[in-house]
Design a protein around this ligand. Structure first.
Ligand SMILES: Nc1ncnc2c1ncn2[C@@H]1O[C@H](COP(=O)(O)OP(=O)(O)OP(=O)(O)O)[C@@H](O)[C@H]1O
Length: 273
């Protein structure tokens, strides 16, 4: 299950009058993977939270497969940087938690329970967690915890998966493993994915489209279609990849009012002689 997501003139002004988002218009095709990047404070998380229904919008509409949505719904789930797992539950119990509540609330049949069990086992395998099914979050590495959080987010078969800096707290090697895992999830699960990150390289590697937001107020600056069809380790060293990375990084710096790049800075600050 996947969905077309349309943002129509979404704005956000926080109480007190701070304009975080100017009108944002964006259409995301079913099964697409959109990376959102931009300078710190440009409104990436605010936009994602509005799509999730965790933050109110000041104006505009969100359409999921043509239907306007207000507030959170099971069609959209979110993965945060800090895992937000329940420490007193095992890996499997964490993955099943929301589903267990939903099943009890609906006076579930044996068939509902059977479906939920099959789904959680499939996700456990998909995320490479079978070995740690009975472990508690504190016994896991950061990468493993984030796998649990992703599996939990996928449990309800959301049409839209929202990810806010999900790998921001992980070391470089673990991030690379997670990148390939999330691409595997994308091909296995076919969700519409929106992924916020500070890391331009990560956005290009994962996404088929990268949206650059400009700050003050947050608005779309540029949209880059990512032309690479296959992902592999060496892609990050491909000249076309590096050119794209440079172009997006330059846009972010320009929108933040930084004109020179780091090489200029080194030249300027290098000792004379
Ligand atoms: N509850 C709030 N009340 C007032 N201002 C807020 C609130 N939440 C966020 N902001 C402001 O809105 C702007 C956008 O914040 P947001 O967290 O969405 O940016 P971001 O691009 O995700 O930032 P970062 O990259 O640093 O995580 C920032 O200037 C922030 O200070």
């Amino acid at each position: 299950m996947t969905a077309r997501v349309v943002l129509q003139s979404i704005t956000k002004t926080f109480p007190g009058g701070f304009e975080a988002l100017a009108p944002i218009d964006l259409a995301l095709e079913p099964g697409s993977f959109t990376g959102i990047v931009g300078a710190s404070g440009c409104g990436k998380s605010t936009l994602l939270r509005i799509i999730a229904g965790l933050e109110t919008r000041s104006a505009g509409r969100i359409l999921i497969d043509g239907e306007p949505v207000a507030g959170p719904g099971r069609d959209r789930t979110m993965v945060f940087q800090d895992y937000s797992l329940y420490p007193w539950l095992t890996v499997m119990q964490n993955i099943r938690f929301c589903r267990t509540l939903a099943v009890h609330a609906r006076n579930a049949t044996d068939s509902d329970i059977g479906d939920a069990t099959r789904r959680s086992v499939a996700l456990l395998n998909l995320m490479g967690l079978a070995r740690v099914e009975h472990a508690y979050p504190k016994q896991l590495s950061g990468g493993m915890r984030q796998r649990v959080a992703i599996a939990r987010a996928l449990m309800a078969k959301p049409a839209v998966l929202l990810m806010d800096e999900p790998f921001g707290a992980l070391d470089a090697q673990t991030r690379e493993v997670m990148h390939d895992l999330i691409l595997h999830v994308k091909s296995a699960e076919k969700r519409t994915i929106i992924f916020v990150t500070h890391d331009v390289e990560e956005a290009i590697y994962l996404a088929d489209r990268v949206v650059v937001l400009a700050p003050h107020p947050g608005r779309i600056d540029t949209i880059e279609d990512i032309p690479f069809t296959a992902r592999h380790r060496d892609l990050r060293l491909d000249p076309a990849f590096l050119t794209l990375k440079r172009r997006i990084t330059d846009r972010i710096r320009a929108t933040a009012g930084l004109s020179g790049d780091l090489d200029d800075l080194k030249t300027l600050t290098a000792p004379a002689g």
